[in-house]
Design a protein around this ligand. Structure first.
Ligand code: SF4
Length: 286
C-alpha cells in the first residue's frame, strides 16, 4: 500500500477518529435496512465539537438533568433518529396491543414473524375472545412465556368485547384494566396508535440508557417514567421513547455499547462505556 494512505489506528484519546466513526455509523443508520431509522446527519462540527456548556463542566457544576443537557441529548437523538416509530408491525390498535404483549421478553423481529399468521387466523377481537388460552398457545409459542401471554391476549380480548364495545380503549385508565397491560404497553398503544402522550414508554432499552445518561437514579420503571416525564417536554415523550428504543437496538447495546460510533459520546459519562473522551461517572451504568 502506498505511503500516506495506510488506515490509521485510533489514537489513545480517539478524539479525531471519533467524529469520523460517528459520521460513518450515523450514515449506516440513516440507510438502515428497514428504512425506518432515517437520520439526518449532523455536520461533523457539531458531532466533534459539543457546545462547551453541555460537554465540559466541572464536577461541582455538573447536573445531568439540567435543561441544557437534556436539550442537547434530545437534539442529538433527533439527529440520529429523525423519524422513527414503533417497529412492531400492526394495522390497528388491537394488533399493536397484541404485538406489544407478545414482545415482552422477546424481540420485535420474532413478534413480526409470528403476528401476520396469527391475525390471518384470527382477524378480529371477537375471534380472540372466543378462544380458550390453550388454543392460542401453539401460535405464539416461539415468543416465549406463551402460557401467560395467551391468557393475557384472550383475557384482553374478552374484556374489550364485554366492557368496551369491541374497541381498544384510548385512555390510560381503561387500558390498565386489561389483563397483561401495564403502563409500558399502554404507553405504546396510546403514543403510537392514538398519538396521545400520556407517558414515556419505559422498556429495557429506556431503562438502561436512562441510567447511562444519568437521567434517573431509579430502578423502578414507574419512577423512571416519572423522572423522564419531569425533565422532558410532553410533546417529546412519544418520539423520545421510540428514539431511545432504536438507540438501544442500534448502538447502546446492553453489552459492549458502540460508544465510538455514538453521537452522544462526549456528553455521556456512563461507567460501562466501551470508549470515552470524557470522564466516566461511577454508578452511571446499565
Ligand atoms: S453508553 Fe456509549 S453508546 Fe450508550 S449513550 Fe453512552 S456513549 Fe452512547
Amino acid at each position: 500500500m502506498p505511503r500516506g494512505i495506510m488506515p490509521r489506528r485510533p489514537g489513545k484519546t480517539g478524539r479525531h477518529e471519533g467524529a469520523r466513526i460517528n459520521r460513518a455509523l450515523a450514515t449506516k443508520i440513516a440507510a438502515g435496512k428497514s428504512g425506518r431509522a432515517r437520520a439526518s446527519l449532523p455536520n461533523s462540527k457539531s458531532a466533534a465539537s459539543p457546545k462547551p456548556k453541555a460537554a465540559a463542566r466541572t464536577a461541582k457544576d455538573y447536573n445531568p438533568t439540567s435543561p441544557e443537557r437534556v436539550s442537547e441529548i434530545l437534539t442529538r437523538l433527533d439527529q440520529l433518529y429523525h423519524a422513527v416509530t414503533c417497529a412492531l408491525t400492526h394495522k390497528d390498535a388491537w394488533q399493536l396491543l397484541v404485538a406489544t404483549i407478545l414482545s415482552a421478553q422477546s424481540t420485535d423481529v420474532r413478534v413480526n414473524i409470528v403476528t401476520p399468521d396469527l391475525f390471518r387466523k384470527y382477524p378480529t377481537v371477537p375471534d380472540f375472545a372466543r378462544l380458550e388460552p390453550q388454543q392460542l398457545e401453539p401460535d405464539i409459542r416461539s415468543t416465549g412465556f406463551f402460557r401467560n401471554k395467551s391468557k393475557s391476549v384472550v383475557g384482553a380480548a374478552r374484556k374489550i368485547v364485554n366492557d368496551f364495545g369491541g374497541k381498544v380503549p384510548d385512555n390510560m385508565d381503561d387500558l390498565l384494566t386489561l389483563p397483561g397491560v401495564a403502563r409500558k404497553t399502554a404507553n405504546v398503544v396510546l403514543g403510537t396508535w392514538f398519538k396521545k402522550a400520556e407517558g414515556v414508554v419505559v422498556d429495557t432499552h429506556v431503562q438502561r440508557i436512562s441510567h447511562r445518561l444519568e437521567l434517573t437514579k431509579n430502578d423502578d420503571p414507574k419512577k423512571i417514567e416519572e423522572d423522564l416525564m419531569r425533565i422532558i417536554a410532553r410533546e417529546k415523550w412519544i418520539l423520545f421513547s421510540h428514539q431511545v428504543i432504536w438507540h438501544g437496538r442500534k448502538l447502546c447495546f446492553a453489552r459492549s455499547p458502540n460508544c465510538a460510533g455514538c453521537l452522544l459520546e462526549n456528553i455521556c459519562h456512563a461507567e460501562d462505556k466501551t470508549w470515552s473522551t470524557v470522564d466516566r461517572h461511577p454508578g452511571a451504568k446499565a
